[in-house]
Write a protein that binds this ligand. Structure first.
Ligand code: MSK
Length: 642
């Protein structure tokens, strides 16, 4: 059986899995140990068929691959390809939303509508369109076309780059990384890293940086904006989280993946009288939707749909024996799910034209027939309720309340109060020393760590030291389960200064801002802080830092890169796979800072990592000559942190 995960609910379900010979991610992870040292250090090259080649990290064996590539070239190329993979995923997510907007505007996707017309018009103007005399559908059509053109654009610059402070834009132009179009930079990161192409490591990393910038200031930012337009801009909303949200007497349907195009329609379809009636006919009291991974964040923020679990809990959700159907689209969906589901009645349904899973039923989703397909899937789930084997049901009792749904715009109001919609109060709180600074704690959960504990430990340490925390993705879920995402948690965990602000404004000390693509809300919030003035003229001057304590996906690498090259410190819980190259490690962890203002750091201990971020924030405060902290007290024993 898998070793204890540090999370009692997971451990309880893992025991049931073990009794039934069900293999989970923790078992398979252990089977992989010890992990390949060459791969871990980034010095294994599988790019061409001369290899696989590897470099001896101890300097005794081979120092060059068969083609002559050394550790610097190999690790830089691997990192660039990982970044391109992450950027591609996020950008494709944005592309699909642009296509939905376009099809809706053309009248082909009638089940969708414009939920935030103000944002639609604002974005259209930002993209250079005239909106005078045009109705919303026409604007949507033109905006969809205009955005899709940006994917294929071959020269010039991305439109949304202009949101960044002038200094960041100038740095990107001067260092030749300002992205031309979305697809070209991802393709070029792949072509430059082919055998015998780009091999000077700093130049190779230039391709990685460009690819990451098309994610942060392109594909992901587009995805966030268009989701708000199509599904509504989130507002703070109270909901519940953890596997205890599953219900004994209702049809439990899990929405898992990333793109809200289907999940949002399923929420509407689940309220349909015919579907509700069908649930009752099948003996259930109703339909209980809940989410896993970032799809969960999308429907949580906009509809208050509970979040059943994070990435690591997707198999365990099935092990509860109470799930009638899990509906998946793309990203972070384990291929192991059909194996687990064989032991239960759970139906697994894949829906994206981009992803099929061996052993899953595939019902392909198309926007033109959105509601029809959503209802078809719901009927399958509802009719499966009668097949639930009560003797196999083990729903944990634990669940927690959270408040989610903070955005760049509504933080604006929350921090300003209804009569002062501006970032002024936030900037003033930082200037006066009530709040030390802001930290973005984001990313996945990973069996290398203790199931989300790293997130919660890090965040508790940050808020204790008056750092306001913003979160996305599974990291937000982990902290919500630890009870950190309620206004009340300020009384329990926050330092005095941060507590005062939370009490006055009525916000939690930890703000959930959405899914992985919504990390761009953090970028735009940074831009607003700069615009508001008083705490720096560019992102790199802000007392802000970021972390991904349990990262695992390539998307996390792309996200980290765009934060670093936008000017922030990013601390990872496990290192990027570059340690086999001293030069690449030195470059991305030190030498890059004077160029872009940000840098990477690697620290496995979440408390020490929190103090790296606090030290960085303090350094920025000092450079800005801000007032001393009002209630400052970093425990002296924490001073051991560099
Ligand atoms: S879902 S990328 S495990 S945050 Fe976005 Fe969670 Fe990481 Fe997937």
């Amino acid at each position: 059986m898998a070793k204890p995960t540090g999370n009692p609910i997971n451990d309880q379900l893992l025991e049931i899995a073990a009794q039934n010979n069900i293999s989970t991610i923790w078992d398979r992870f252990m089977e992989q140990e010890p992990h390949c040292g060459f791969g871990t250090l980034g010095v294994c090259c599988k790019i061409c068929n001369l290899g696989p080649c590897r470099i001896d990290p101890f300097g005794e064996g081979a120092q060059k691959g068969a083609c002559g590539a050394d550790a610097d070239t190999i690790s830089a190329r691997n990192l660039a390809r990982n970044t391109a993979g992450g950027a591609a995923c996020h950008s494709d997510h944005g592309r699909d939303l642009a296509r939905t907007l376009l099809e809706m505007g053309r009248g082909h996707a009638k089940d969708y509508s414009i939920k935030d017309p103000v944002k639609l018009k604002k974005l259209a103007i930002e993209f250079g369109l005239s909106i005078t005399g045009k109705n919303e559908l026409k604007i949507a059509e033109e905006l969809g076309e205009r955005i899709l053109k940006e994917y294929g654009q071959q020269e010039g610059e991305l439109t949304l780059i202009k949101r960044a402070p002038k200094k960041q834009q100038e740095i990107w132009r001067k260092t030749n990384v300002s992205p031309r179009g979305i697809d070209i930079e991802v393709v070029q990161a792949m072509s430059r890293t082919h055998i015998g192409c780009d091999n000077e490591y700093k130049h190779v990393l230039e391709a990685a940086i460009r690819a990451s910038l098309v994610d942060g200031w392109g594909g992901s930012m587009i995805a966030t904006e268009l989701s708000d337009i199509l599904f509504g801009s989130p507002e703070p909303i109270r909901a519940e989280i953890n596997l205890g949200v599953l219900k004994e007497d209702e049809v439990n349907i899990l929405l898992h993946g990333h793109e809200p195009v289907l999940s949002d329609i399923i929420v509407t379809a689940s309220q349909d009288k015919e579907i509700q009636e069908l649930a009752r006919k099948n003996g259930a009291k109703g339909i209980n939707l809940s989410g896993i991974c970032c799809t969960a964040a999308e429907v949580l923020m906009r509809h208050g749909v509970p979040m059943a679990g994070n990435f690591l809990q997707q198999e365990l959700a099935i092990v509860t024996g109470a799930v009638e159907a899990m509906i998946v689209d793309i990203q972070c969906i384990m291929p192991s799910l059909p194996e687990v589901a064989k032991h239960y009645h759970t139906k697994l349904i894949s829906t994206s034209p981009k992803a099929k899973f061996a052993g899953m039923e595939h019902i392909e989703f198309h926007e033109e027939k959105a509601m029809e397909i959503a209802k078809k899937i719901l009927r399958i789930a509802v009719e499966n309720y009668k097949n639930r084997n009560r003797s196999k049901v083990n729903i944990p009792k634990e669940k927690m309340t959270l408040v989610a749904g903070f955005t760049m715009e509504n933080i604006f109001y929350n921090l300003g109060g209804s009569f002062r919609p501006s970032y002024r109060p936030l900037n003033d709180a930082i200037i006066s020393g009530r709040i030390r600074g802001v930290a973005g704690v984001v990313g996945c959960d990973n069996p290398k760590n203790e199931s989300g504990m790293c997130h919660a430990d890090m965040v508790r340490e940050l808020i204790k030291n008056d750092v306001l925390v913003v979160q996305t993705g599974c990291s937000g879920g982990a902290c919500a389960k630890a009870g950190l995402l309620t206004p009340e948690s300020a009384f329990k965990f926050a330092g005095e200064g941060l507590r005062e602000i939370c009490e006055t404004v009525g916000i939690p000390p930890v703000l959930h801002t959405g899914s992985c693509v919504d990390n761009t809300r953090i970028l735009t919030a940074c831009c607003e802080m700069v615009k508001e003035g008083g705490i720096g003229n560019s992102i790199d001057e802000l007392p802000v830092a970021g972390a991904a304590p349990e990262w695992m996906s390539e998307k996390a690498i792309a996200i980290g890169w765009y934060f670093v090259t936008s000017g922030l410190l990013v601390v990872l819980g496990t290192p990027l796979r570059v340690l086999g190259s001293k030069n690449v490690t030195k470059y991305i962890c030190n030498e890059i800072e004077p160029i872009y203002g940000g840098k990477w750091a690697f620290e496995g201990d979440p408390i020490k990592a929190a103090h790296l971020m606090i030290a960085h924030i303090d350094k920025k405060r000092e450079a800005l000559k801000l007032k001393p902290l009002m209630y400052a007290k970093i425990c002296s024993d924490d001073k051991l942190i560099p």
